[in-house]
Design a protein. Structure first.
Length: 176
């Protein structure tokens, strides 16, 4: 997929769906307030005027509705690696912002129930699954989720290996 085609895909997607990109709601100040907002948000069909899919099939239907046929054909003809790497910070960001992956939504809650916790991982699952759906390939959701979990675990282990001890504290044990 050429850079021109990807750019055209992004322009068509954003032109069709660009009301307000950022949400203007005040962030929760306490964990209890966040939880209350989260419980409300996961029950809503629309947030900030945007329709929120209830599951992956519903997300595919919504993407089919929003994306122009020519842009969809370009997306479909790209390789899976191309759509993940080249569209993650555009389509992926749009998905996570519009469909409430950070603050919670019924779709993010559904993805969490499958074992996906991070908004970036949720976006990746949607992008890869939509690409597979368009190409009539098995979605293999469980395999995707396991691969993401393994990658996160490896990144965590690498981070721990590279970390440095800030302060070492020794305590005497009183044997009384």
């Amino acid at each position: 997929m050429s850079g021109k085609n990807l750019f055209a895909l992004l322009l068509l997607l954003f032109a069709a769906t660009m009301p307000a990109f950022a949400q203007l709601a005040k962030p929760a100040e306490t964990e209890a307030e966040f939880e209350k907002n989260y419980q409300w948000r996961i029950k809503q069909e629309r947030l900030d005027g945007i329709y929120i899919p209830k599951d992956l099939v519903n997300a595919f239907e919504e993407l089919n509705r929003l994306i122009e046929p020519s842009a969809k054909a370009t997306f479909k003809s790209a390789t899976e690696d191309e759509v993940v790497h080249k569209l993650f910070f555009s389509l992926g960001r749009w998905i996570s912002q519009k469909w409430g992956f950070y603050e919670g939504s019924r779709f993010s809650h559904y993805l969490k129930s499958l074992g996906v916790s991070y908004p970036e991982d949720m976006s990746q699952i949607v992008i890869v699954s939509y690409h597979r759906y368009l190409n009539k390939k098995p979605l293999e959701i469980k395999v995707q989720i396991e691969a993401i979990k393994e990658k996160r675990q490896q990144e965590n282990e690498e981070r721990m290996k590279k970390g440095t001890v800030i302060e070492l504290e020794r305590k005497k044990v009183n044997k009384n």
